[in-house]
Design a protein around this ligand. Structure first.
Ligand SMILES: Nc1ncnc2c1ncn2[C@@H]1O[C@H](COP(=O)(O)OP(=O)(O)O)[C@@H](O)[C@H]1O
Ligand SMILES: [Mg+2]
Length: 241
């Protein structure tokens, strides 16, 4: 039982954005995906969610090949995501943002509204229900984007830099929320994040991408001890320095 990339390659014209990338997220697990800018992290998420068809390899959802499913079909099959830029419906209030997602997934409006209200309560942000999405502070906007992704009870949730621009304290709150989603709802999460400290505090398993390839994978100890990771981040050969 997992959501997986199996030896995935993605090419844009002659440019190889991903090369032979394999990774797997199990229900209830939070996997970290890190790497420098342009490493291919968002392309991984796009491929896992039907926004990008892989040139090679397969996307597997609990054993089923979903490589050619549309983004909508994958969402309905239980894989949700957030985007680097919030992408809320700015003309709607928070409750309607979630309700629309539920209706898009085939729920009746009244059921969707109920579920939306329950979900905001579960996340501790009921006070935002009738606020306009347009005027939300940054951190609330991120939480609402996550809440909207949680409509329809997805089994997997992919978070593309949800803590970007947050303070350490705000990021730590977000980390608590991600843990809660994984442990209480059993959702398998893939967390893309620049803040390596945040990733190591939440994730038991971390995959490191650089130049479209997996250069390291393992737990906190492996990542912190990895020369390849240090070189990728610092852009220097640590052995030679
Ligand atoms: N649609 C696209 N067309 C051409 N090149 C792209 C496209 N999307 C991403 N790329 C390139 O692929 C590489 C990986 O991008 P991306 O997955 O967004 O990296 P990351 O999220 O790790 O910063 C970058 O060099 C980027 O410019
Ligand atoms: Mg990105």
């Amino acid at each position: 039982m997992a959501l997986e990339l199996e030896s995935v390659g993605v090419a844009f014209g002659g440019f190889q954005a991903l090369n032979d990338v394999s990774l797997s997220v199990a229900p209830g697990q939070v996997v970290g995906l890190i790497g420098p800018n342009g490493a291919g992290k968002t392309t991984c998420v796009n491929t896992l969610t039907g926004f990008q068809i892989p040139s090679r390899g397969r996307v597997l959802l609990e054993g089923r090949d979903v490589s050619r499913f549309s983004a909508h079909a994958i969402r309905r099959a239980g894989v949700a995501r957030t985007f680097q830029a919030g992408r809320l419906f700015s003309g709607l209030d928070v409750l309607d943002n979630l309700t629309c997602a539920g209706v898009g997934l085939g729920q009746r409006r009244s059921a969707a509204e109920h579920a939306a209200s329950d979900l905001l309560g579960w996340m501790g942000i009921s006070d935002l229900e009738s606020r306009s999405a347009a005027g939300l502070p940054y951190t609330d906007e991120r939480r609402v984007a996550i809440a909207r992704a949680m409509m329809g009870n997805p089994r997997y949730l992919l978070l593309d830099e949800p803590a970007a621009g947050m303070s350490e304290i705000e990021a730590a709150d977000l980390a608590d929320l991600i843990r809660k989603i994984a442990t209480e709802k059993g959702v398998g999460c893939l967390l893309i994040e620049h803040n390596v400290g945040l990733v190591l505090s939440v994730c038991t398993d971390v995959v490191v991408l650089d130049g479209g390839e997996v250069i390291e994978r393992g737990d906190r100890k492996v990542i912190l001890g990895s020369t390849a990771v240090r070189e990728a981040y610092l852009g220097v050969n640590v052995e030679a320095a």
